[in-house]
Design a protein around this ligand. Sequence first.
Ligand code: PLP
Length: 481
Amino acid sequence: RIQPAKPHAKNWDHHFSLEASSRRVSTLKSSAKTPQADVISLGVGRPASEFYPWQSMIMPGATDSHGTRTEANQGDAALPMICTQGESAFDLRTALDYGPSKGLAPLLRFVHQHTKLMHNPQYINWDVSLTCGATSAIEILLRMLCDRGDSILMEEYTYTGAMEAARPLGLNLVGVEMDRDGLDPVALDKRLLQWDVASGPKPKVLYLVPCGQNPTGITQPEERRRAIYAVVERHDLIIIEDDPYYFIRLSGPFHHADTTEKQHVTADKYLTDLPLSYLSLDTSGRVLRLDSTSKIIAPGLRCGWISGCSQLIAAFTAHSDFSTMGASGPSQVMLYKLLVERWGHEGFFQWLMHQSRRYNERLNTTLDACRRYLPIEICNWTVPECGMFLWVEVDWKKHPKARREGVGIDSALQVSIEGSVHARAREEGVLVSSGSWFAVSKTNQDRTYFRLTFAAAPGHKLSRAVECFGNAVRKEFLKKR
Ligand code: PLP
């Protein structure tokens, strides 16, 4: 029997809150949607599955009344990780039950020790809480610290997830100028000194990504951090230190041409070479540091941690009690098994060094390909010290249209050149991210960039991907008038 066609549901736009109506789709996620099978992605900073520490997972089912295993549990082969009800420190019952939003005690203890080891906060009353990843934590912090109409300070190019979380909350995003060492403290100070209260209250929050910054790849040197911290103290700001790339060290101990030297990097050398975090510098308790497992273990865990002064952490967990209700129990147990039972702190550092080495190999392949395939008269880039991004400047003023029409202050021409290079790269078979997606303010950007990530594509395709991008730039810039 032919069923009558079903109607569409009503449109509910008119019932949306101000927040929901102003929400936009995620720029990066929509750029990565439905990729053609033959397009290689240098676009989205999503680690390839070879970076995950687990190969398989087993969750034993319940036994029946005779103690016989039930169906779901038959045919187990190698069991890399088992969590059973009734096990000691962290059993499956605990993992599957409601738990404290802050996180389950045995894992939280490890995170607390880790924070002490890595950052040794300079005041007494500091604390940590697990999060459902950095993006969720940023959203909670913005709700906790800002009201509609407030302004928040960010690097002039920044993580789209933070911008896209902030806008629907009615916040005004203020991009602060950057130079080759990252956010410029003089520009920051000037903005705050000259703040016109008629335009809204003076900002209270500075959001920044200090290592392997997304998208520029910049890692702020120590003096820069100290200078920014001094400005922040002067103007009584809270810093959200979003640092998911901290442990992915590309230079320093891993960046040696000589591979034998590479193998002798000790955990001590690796740790002493890590940048000084804002949390380590902080004496007032104004830094809220976000760590994430997404880039160093696996993003699907949706788990990270926040560290900072106890009062702010308590407000964070109080918010989580009525929103995320904390990180998922099974994710926490996976982390507990790995970090506490298998690795311990030393094993975790060994893993992080191993990840850094692998990212470093990918970076080297990408850099070799850039030198070989990108036209250096049009493109330039800086080698990142941390993270997974290469920020390539494409000199749009060398485009035939710009030369013909004059560069003036015509940003429409620049935008169209950026769009054409992006589209042409896709046609050539590579997905890259356009720099303007990351710009806090869409005006006043007189440079054109593309962000290439070497984390996501299969390693053996990285070189080909850069070649495709180089072809796109060449064809776009050298095309007939
Ligand atoms: N923060 C920055 C600066 C990022 O670049 C990213 C990922 O792209 C995230 C946070 C996402 O972290 P999470 O997966 O923990 O939400």
